[in-house]
Design a protein around this ligand. Structure first.
Ligand code: KG4
Ligand code: ZN
Length: 379
């Protein structure tokens, strides 16, 4: 089944064409136009600008993808219909509706979180990315399915969600952030440091050479009985610490190796220490809550997805914790290329819906910025 994926829920305009069967996921063409350069000077995504940029890019991208895949139309259109920024979602959704009408091709409305969950099925090996000449079609055959039940922790700039998936497309939201998303917290604190948007990767880079125990940041809700998260307090605590210590990327204290035993140095914390300690607080909360849910729900698979899943230390810590504490669960993480928003994961997520003929007709489809993954009757 040839599925055209369209993603425009945040700051990436992405289009992909995949050929998917029960046995294989083949990427025929994929392309993403990132808006990072436009938004970085504002320290975050500006919805109005995002919408205009998506509108500029989307049709040329569709055209490019069809040409590269040598087809005139797909069998199915998969479009992110929510949750996300309404200014971006409407561009993708209205494009999908127009194409559906024009081509007489059905639409699968895909929930963005569902896309991140399915990103772990896209199995290009790292080495394939370095070889630019290699054709972009590869299948991860033995691993091309998810063993259910699965527990998913999806952490990105817009979302931090714990989802239990009992079987294919059977979702239960067991928790989520009550205020800021994990990636949003990374980005806002990075902005305080003077880093460009998106700040998560910059903080994690500085953190590599810092001491994660140098500053004792709070771990909000880490011991709460539910599976919810809160990151707003951590952000405020980081703000106060920076204000009190007058530390920012503008006056970077060059990193010095601690003189004493690691963690007990008398040196004042450096920006590396700040980043490492802040990152550690987020990792501790995400890992502790995921583990707590894993012990209760006993999943065969644990999926870490969303942009924050690109964080190496988070991946390593979660992997180690699962091995020690819930060894019957297997951790799946997306290939780094597919951790960020992309249309390929949207097409993959649409496959089972399309097989079950769960289509939405073009005259009924609407973008829904607050669409919950558990709610399939919103159209
Ligand atoms: O999934 P995504 O591309 O977009 C949303 O759906 O929001 O995620 C982008 C988010 C940004 O907040 C970015 O700072 C964060 O993912 N991110 C990271 C890392 N790489 C990306 N956060 C922490 N460490 C990283 N290495
Ligand atoms: Zn996302």
């Amino acid at each position: 089944m040839k599925i055209l994926g369209i993603e425009s829920s945040c700051d990436d305009t992405s289009v992909a064409l995949l050929d998917i069967t029960d046995e294989k996921i083949e990427i025929l063409a994929e392309k993403t136009a990132s808006q990072i350069d436009v938004h970085k000077k504002y320290g975050g995504v500006v919805p109005e600008i995002a919408g205009r940029k998506h509108a500029e890019k989307i049709i040329p991208l569709v055209d490019h993808i069809l040409e590269e895949a040598h087809i005139t139309k797909p069998d199915v259109i998969a479009v992110t219909s929510g949750p996300g920024l309404i200014t971006g979602l409407v561009v993708g959704v209205e494009t999908a509706k127009a194409l559906s009408y024009l081509w007489n091709v059905p639409i699968v409305a895909v929930n963005h979180i569902e896309g991140h969950i399915h990103s772990v099925l896209i199995g290009l090996q790292q080495s394939d990315f370095s070889n630019q000449n290699k054709k972009k079609s590869e299948v991860r055959s033995p691993k091309s399915k998810i063993d259910y039940p699965a527990l998913c922790i999806i952490a990105s700039g817009g979302h931090t969600e714990l989802i239990f998936v009992s079987d294919v497309n059977k979702y239960e939201r067991i928790g989520g952030t009550v205020d800021d998303a994990a990636g949003e917290c990374f980005d806002k604190v990075a902005k305080l440091l003077g880093f460009d948007y998106p700040g998560g990767p910059k903080i994690s880079k500085f953190a590599e050479e810092g001491n994660p125990r140098a500053i004792e940041f709070p771990r909000p809700m880490i011991n709460s009985k539910d599976f919810n998260f809160s990151f707003a307090g951590l952000k405020t605590s980081a703000l106060y610490w920076l204000r009190d210590n007058q530390l920012s990327a503008m006056n970077i204290i060059p990193y010095k190796l601690p003189t004493g035993i690691y963690g007990q140095t008398q040196e004042p914390p450096t920006i590396n220490d700040f980043c490492a300690s802040f990152e550690q607080a987020i990792i501790d909360v995400l890992v502790t809550k995921t583990l707590k849910a894993a012990k209760q729900y006993k999943p065969k698979t644990i999926i870490l997805g969303g942009g924050v899943s690109a964080n190496k230390k988070l991946r390593e810590t979660l992997e180690m914790t699962i091995k020690q504490e819930t060894p019957n669960s297997e951790l799946r993480t997306p290939n780094l290329k597919y951790a960020m928003d992309n249309a390929t994961m949207i097409a993959v997520a649409a496959y089972h819906h399309a097989k079950n003929k769960e289509f939405t007709s073009w005259d009924k489809l609407e973008a829904n910025p607050n669409w919950k993954i558990t709610d399939f009757t919103n159209f």
